[in-house]
Design a protein around this ligand. Structure first.
Ligand code: ARG
Length: 469
C-alpha cells in the first residue's frame, strides 16, 4: 500500500478548500479490507459501462476503452502489481482513479448514473452470492464425510444420551446422520438467503435513482442477478441480506460446535469412544501423556466469534436513518471474518470426520452399563397391556433393585421379574439386549437398522442430486 505523504487529489474534492487530515484518511479508509471486492467491483463497472453504451449515454469507443482498462487493472491486481492507495479510501475509488490514469477522459464517464452507494452494495451482494455457493459446497463435502462415516460402521451401537446421561442405544450411523440433517438445513438456509442476496441495486444511484436513461434490467441481467430492487432508498440503505447471511453462518457454527463438543467428549479417557488422528491433535509441553483435541476446541471457540459478527451487523443497522450512512462501511470486516472462519472450520471438520475411528471394542465393553434397555422393559409391559405410567413405575423399581445389587436388568431371574410384575414372561429377555432395543425402534426416523439403512440410502440420493438452488 502506498501511504506516502504526498497529497492525492480526491475524486470528490471539488468543493473542499482544505486537504483531508492524514488521521482522517487513515480512519475512514476501507481499502485494506474492501480490496477483497475488486473482482465484483470490476464486473459491476463493466456491466454498467456496457449498459451506458447500449443506452447511448457514452460512446462505444469510450465503453470499449473502459472495459479494456478495467481488464488491465484486474490483471495487474492479480499479478500483485497494482498499488492500492489509502488516500483514495476504498476499492471503488482506487480502481476508478487507476482507470482515469490509464484511459483519460473516458474513465471519468464510468461513474455516470452511479454512486458509490449503489456500487458498494452491488459489490457486496455479488460477493456474498459467490460465497453462499462456496460455503454450500463446503457443507456438501462435510455431509459426504458424515455419510461415509455412517456407511463405514453400519452396525456399530453406541449409547445415546439425554442430559448427558445414558438413555437408549442408538446406531453410530444414526448419530452421524443427525448431523447430516442439521447441515442439510444449513444449506437450505443459505439457498433461501441467496434469493434475497441476488437482487441488483445498481441504478439506485446515491439514494433517489437517476434522471439519465439507464436500463436497470440490462445491467442486472449482465451480472446474473435474479431481479432488480424496487426502491432506490431501500436498495442503498439495506443490509438485512447480510444479517440473514451471518445468521445462517452462525447456525452452521452452532452445529459445528456441537459436533466439536462431542468429539472432545468422546476422545476423553472417560468416554473413550474415538481416537482423533494424531495429525489433528497437539501435545502438552509439560504433561507427556497429553493428546489435546485442539482443532474441535478451536472450532467451538470460533463459534463465538461468528456470533459476534452477527451481533455487530445487527447493531450496525439498528438506528440508522435512511439511507446510506458511512457506518455501513463496517459491514465488510464482519462478513469477511465470518466467511473465513466458517470456511476454515468446515474444512477442518470435514477432514476430521473423514479420518475418525470409533473404538469399537471399548464401546462394546461399556455399552452394557447404564440400563439402556429400561425403556424397552417398560414398552414390553405396555405390550402386555399395562398402562405406560404403571409400566414405567415397575421398570423403575427393577432398575433401583439392579443398582442396589450391582446387576444389569437382564441378569435378573424370571422369578425375580415376576415379583415385580406377574405379566413378565420368559420372552422378556428378548427385549433386554441392546440389539433387541435397536430393532424395536422402527418408527419413521428411529434408530432401527432397516430404518437407518433407508435413511443412508435417502442421504446418498440427496447428495448425488445436490442442487444449490
Ligand atoms: N467504502 C464505502 C463503504 O464501504 C463505500 C461507499 C461510500 N459512499 C460514500 N458516500 N461515502 O460503504
Amino acid at each position: 500500500m502506498n501511504n506516502d505523504k504526498k497529497t492525492v487529489k480526491k475524486p470528490w474534492g471539488g468543493r473542499f478548500a482544505e486537504d483531508t487530515d492524514k488521521l482522517v484518511e487513515r480512519f475512514t479508509a476501507s481499502i485494506h479490507f474492501d480490496k477483497r471486492l475488486y473482482r465484483q467491483d470490476i464486473a459491476g463497472s463493466k456491466a454498467h459501462a456496457t449498459m451506458l453504451v447500449k443506452q447511448g449515454i457514452i460512446s462505444p469507443e469510450e465503453g470499449m476503452a473502459i472495459v479494456r482498462g478495467l481488464d488491465e487493472i484486474q490483471h495487474d491486481i492479480e499479478a500483485g502489481k497494482f498499488v492500492w492507495q489509502e488516500a483514495l479510501e476504498d476499492v471503488h475509488m482506487n480502481i476508478e482513479q487507476a482507470l482515469v490514469e490509464r484511459i483519460g477522459d473516458a474513465g471519468k464517464k464510468l461513474h455516470t448514473a452511479r454512486s458509490r452507494n449503489d456500487q458498494v452494495v452491488t459489490d457486496t451482494r455479488l460477493y456474498l452470492r459467490d460465497e453462499t455457493d462456496r460455503i454450500s459446497d463446503l457443507i456438501h463435502g462435510l455431509q459426504l464425510a458424515l455419510l461415509s462415516q455412517a456407511k463405514r460402521h453400519p452396525e456399530l451401537i453406541i449409547p445415546g444420551y439425554t442430559h448427558l446421561q445414558r438413555a437408549q442405544p442408538v446406531l453410530w450411523p444414526h448419530h452421524m446422520l443427525a448431523y447430516y440433517e442439521m447441515f442439510k438445513r444449513d444449506k437450505e438456509r443459505l439457498a433461501d438467503c441467496r434469493r434475497r442476496i441476488n437482487i441488483c441495486p445498481l441504478g439506485s444511484a446515491a439514494l433517489a435513482g437517476t434522471g439519465l436513461p439507464i436500463d436497470r434490467e440490462f445491467t442486472a441481467n449482465e451480472l446474473g442477478f435474479d431481479d432488480i430492487s424496487a426502491n432506490s432508498m431501500d436498495a442503498v440503505a439495506d443490509r438485512d441480506f447480510a444479517v440473514e447471511f451471518l445468521a445462517a453462518l452462525s447456525i452452521i457454527m452452532a452445529h459445528l460446535s456441537r459436533l466439536s463438543e462431542e468429539l472432545i467428549l468422546w476422545s476423553t479417557v472417560e468416554f473413550g469412544f474415538i481416537e482423533l488422528p494424531d495429525a489433528f491433535c497437539t501435545g502438552s509441553s509439560i504433561m507427556p501423556q497429553k493428546k489435546n483435541p485442539d482443532v474441535p476446541e478451536l472450532i467451538r471457540g470460533k463459534t463465538g466469534r461468528v456470533y459476534g459478527c452477527l451481533m455487530a451487523m445487527l447493531t450496525l443497522i439498528k438506528a440508522l436513518p435512511m439511507t446510506y450512512n458511512r457506518d455501513l462501511q463496517e459491514d465488510k470486516e464482519a462478513l469477511f471474518d465470518a466467511i473465513d472462519t466458517v470456511s476454515a472450520s468446515l474444512e477442518m471438520m470435514t477432514a476430521i470426520i473423514s479420518r475418525l475411528e470409533p473404538k469399537k471394542e471399548h464401546i462394546g465393553k461399556v455399552l452394557e452399563k447404564g440400563f439402556l434397555t429400561a425403556t424397552d422393559l417398560a414398552d414390553y409391559l405396555v405390550k402386555k397391556e399395562l398402562p405406560f405410567r404403571s409400566a414405567h413405575e415397575v421398570a423403575g423399581r427393577i432398575v433401583a433393585r439392579c443398582i442396589e445389587t450391582g446387576r444389569d436388568i437382564k441378569d435378573l431371574s424370571l422369578d425375580e421379574f415376576k415379583a415385580f410384575s406377574p405379566l413378565i414372561e420368559e420372552d422378556v429377555y428378548d427385549v433386554l439386549t441392546v440389539e433387541g432395543s435397536l430393532r424395536s425402534r422402527c418408527s419413521i426416523g428411529g434408530t432401527a437398522p432397516e430404518t437407518v439403512a433407508e435413511a443412508v440410502r435417502r442421504a446418498e440420493i440427496e447428495l448425488n442430486g445436490f442442487n444449490k438452488q
